[in-house]
Unconditional design. Structure first.
Length: 71
């Protein structure tokens, strides 16, 4: 049977954000909340394990620069 992914890659428009230290967010691990970037307000939390992997991207205090696609 397929195994759920250990990692979820978030993108803002065409740029990977949660594994790119110069971009908008940093990766979270396990069930702990993700770390905020230097701007603050952008966090990623990824919870691997079980039959599914859950990942959440939270943008608080959003500005115009945060608009776009997050596929």
């Amino acid at each position: 049977s397929p195994v759920p992914p250990q990692y979820v890659f978030w993108y803002h428009n065409d740029r990977m954000i949660n594994y790119d230290p110069s971009a908008s967010a940093t990766a979270g691990g396990g069930s702990a909340p993700g770390a905020a970037n230097s701007r603050g307000g952008v966090t990623v939390s990824t919870e691997p394990g079980g039959p599914r992997t859950h990942s959440r991207l939270l943008v608080t205090h959003a500005t115009h620069a945060d608009s776009g696609n997050y596929p």
